[in-house]
Design a protein around this ligand. Structure first.
Ligand code: FAD
Ligand code: NAP
Length: 334
């Protein structure tokens, strides 16, 4: 039997906004989900590590807190290993498990907070790699019908911080397990500036996956605020992708704009746009913008959901006025 516990969401999201729901219910096994469905509790939302959610108000319904664990090797050949992971496993622990087993493909994604089950939802990415490169399949339960379905990579439509699970009708699925194909002889990717420079600084010429993980952890610890001490939910907005013509006209007005080619589009760092509008380090009561990174909104203690909402909307408005670019939240707004 599942049991209800606690109703306050503050301690289970990394932005630490004070808000309540009708009940937070831990889910250890798929069976627990079927029990909830039979009881007819509604509305229901799923939460993993709470590191990509901004709670703006009290939630009317129930929160299912994913605690489904287990990492199991299910198949292998001489090149790769198929691993099936419980969606409630901590993503970074899975990266460390892979490194301990000398398996590569996810080393650039070290120290990303949250659970394995949330990783495919926004196709987590960092330092030139995203999880779609090793993703094999996932198992999920449709919370509207109770039907369980396995989704293979070609069905999930991974994009830049995107997948079908961010859109209807797939928002209503509870992801319970995810399978990854990890490489026995990985080709490491250190093209992203920060990693290359960090390895150079340490005089590492032929880096192993272990060296990459260590470098990524060091860079992240030095650049990003630890939510334990300064609550935040990582990059608040997606980096905008512009078409070539829009980018050319923008560059005429702002010749120093940083940019990166991204397929048919040009990616502009949202942090730069926000910084140019003067927001870096801004603080109004406890709602603020991190002083060392303009893309990270922070809660200095007791910011409310309403205050954080006003802040992110003002940022969107000023970027729109100055650059005519719409910033889309990467964070899920509840
Ligand atoms: P949650 O915040 O709990 O949930 C996020 C969304 O997914 C919600 O809509 C929730 O309903 C849904 N969800 C969660 N689990 C499930 C499930 N099992 N089934 C169905 N729906 C589910 N992201 C990156 O991509 N790259 C980074 O480098 C990165 N760095 C970060 C650094 C910091 C300091 C922080 C705070 C965040 C960072 N993030 C990054 C964002 C975040 O870590 C990821 O989006 C992560 O995957 C969220 O996992 P979670 O378990 O905390 O998800
Ligand atoms: P950064 O190195 O300061 O770079 C700023 C932005 O420029 C990044 O968003 C990145 O886009 C882009 N960029 C930099 N070098 C690039 C290259 N060689 N090719 C393509 N794009 C490049 O970034 P950061 O803020 O410190 O973050 C480092 C990495 O961790 C990034 O990949 C970032 O996405 C990830 N991260 C994500 C979150 C989150 O919550 N989503 C939070 C912290 C860090 P990309 O973002 O597309 O890589």
């Amino acid at each position: 039997m599942t049991k209800k516990y606690n109703k306050n969401l503050k301690e289970i999201t990394t932005m630490k906004i004070d808000a309540e729901c009708n009940g937070i219910i831990p889910i250890y096994f798929e069976q627990n989900i079927y029990e909830i469905l039979v009881k007819g509790l509604s509305p229901i939302k799923v939460l993993g590590g709470g590191s990509n959610v901004l709670i703006t108000k009290n939630q009317g319904g129930y929160i299912l807190k994913n605690e489904i664990k287990g990492i199991e090797i299910v198949d292998e050949d001489d090149q790769q290993i198929l691993v099936n992971v419980g969606a409630g496993e901590i993503w970074h622990n899975f990266v460390l498990w892979a490194i301990a087993h000398r398996l590569g493909g996810i080393e650039n994604l070290a120290l990303i907070p949250g659970t394995v089950g949330a990783a495919p939802i926004q196709n987590i990415g960092a330092y030139g790699v995203d999880q779609s490169g090793t993703f094999h399949s996932l198992r999920a339960i449709d919370m509207k019908t109770g039907v369980t379905k396995v989704f293979f990579k070609n069905e999930v439509k991974f994009g830049y911080r995107d997948s079908i699970f961010k859109h209807d009708p797939y928002r209503h699925f509870f992801i319970t397990r995810v399978s990854y194909l990890l490489k026995k002889n990985p080709k490491i990717n250190i093209e992203y500036g920060g990693i290359k420079d960090k390895l150079k600084e340490k005089n590492i010429i032929n880096p192993t996956i272990n060296d990459v993980v260590t470098a990524v952890i060091e860079i992240r610890k030095s650049k990003l605020p630890n939510p334990q001490y300064l609550p935040n939910c990582g990059s608040f907005f997606k980096n905008p992708l512009l078409d070539q013509d829009t980018f050319e006209s923008l560059k005429e007005v702002h010749p120093d704009i940083p940019y990166y080619p991204a397929g048919k589009h040009i990616k502009i760092p949202a942090a730069w746009l926000i910084e140019q509008c003067g927001w870096k380090g801004f603080r109004d009561r406890d709602a603020g913008v991190y002083e060392h990174h303009a893309l990270i909104l922070v809660n200095h203690g007791n910011a409310t959901g309403k205050e954080m909402t006003q802040l992110y909307q003002k940022i969107q408005q000023s970027v729109k006025e100055k650059f005519k670019i719409d910033l889309t939240p990467e964070v899920n707004i509840w």
